[in-house]
Ligand binder design. Sequence first.
Ligand code: BDR
Ligand code: CA
Length: 311
Amino acid sequence: PRKIIIDTDPGQDDAVAILLALASPEEIEVLGITAVAGNVPLPLTQKNARIVCELAGKPETKVFAGCDAPMKRPLVTAEHVHGKTGLDGPTLPDPTMPLQPQHGVDFIIETLRKHPAGTVTLCPLGPLTNIAQAFVQAPDVVEKVQEIVLMGGAYFEVGNITPAAEFNIYVDPEAAKIVFASGVPIVVMPLDVTHKALVTKPRNDAFRALGTPVGVAVAEMTDFFERFDREKYGSEGAPLHDPCVTAYLIRPELFSGRHVNVEIEVESELTLGMTVADWWGVTDRAPNATFMGDVDADGFFALLTERLARL
Ligand code: BDR
Ligand code: CA
C-alpha cells in the first residue's frame, strides 16, 4: 500500500475522505493524520479527526495537532458551511483515543526523514499551512516527498469563498505558494472536479442503506453539508470535495486532467488565493502540477459506498 499522511481540517467532507482511506488498507497505509486550522479552529479539527478515527473503528490511528493559524494572516473559518463544531449533522461521541503529543509539523518532518525518498505521499485536505511550515523548517524533506495529492483551487469554477478563490488556498495563500513552488510532483483536485462529485439523493440514500454506524453518519454529514449548497448554489447535492483525494489514490483512472503551470496570487486583495492555472498553455512557465478537470462521478460514488461498507 501507498504510505500517506493526511493533513486535514475536518469538516464533513474531510471526514469522508479519512473514512475512505481507513477503509482501504490494501491500497493506503495512513502513517498519521495531522490536523490544521481551517474550516474551524484547531482544537475542533484535531478533535474531529479523532472522532472520525473512532467512528471508523481505528482508534490506533495517530492524530497530531499542527498549526493553529495561517503563516502570515489571521484565520478565516467556514462555520457557515460546516456548522459550529465543523462536523455538524450526526451526533457522535467525544473521542477517547489520545492526541499525539508531537506537533503535526514535526511529525511530517520526522516521517519524511525516516522513510526512503519517494515513498511517502502527502494528502492535504485543508489550508496548506502544516505542509509549507514543514518545508520551511526542514528544506531537506522536500525532495523526499513522493507526491502531494491535494484538494484546493479552481480553474473554470473560479472560487467559493471569494469570487476568485477556493477556501483552502485562500485561507493560507503564502503556504500554497511555497507548496506549488516546491518542485514536488503535485496532483490537484480543484472545484472543477469536486463540483462534479455531488451527493445526490440516491447517492445519500445508498450511504444510509448500508445500515452501519458509518453509513448513517456519512448520510447525516452529507445531509447537513447539502443544505448549504442547495440554498446557495441550487446544486442537486453537496460537492464531496476532499474524498476525491483519497479516491484518486485508490482509483486514479476515475480522474482526468492536465499537467500545467499553477501560480498562487498572494498580493491582490481582489483575487487573493486565486490558483492561476495555465490550462491553455499560453505562457512558457514550466508545468508544476496536474490539475484535474473531470471525474467519473458514478464510479467515484460506487467506490466510496463499497469501501464505507467495509467499516
Ligand atoms: C474545501 O474547503 C473546505 O470547506 C472543505 O473541507 C474542502 O476542503 C472546499 O473548498
Ligand atoms: Ca477540508
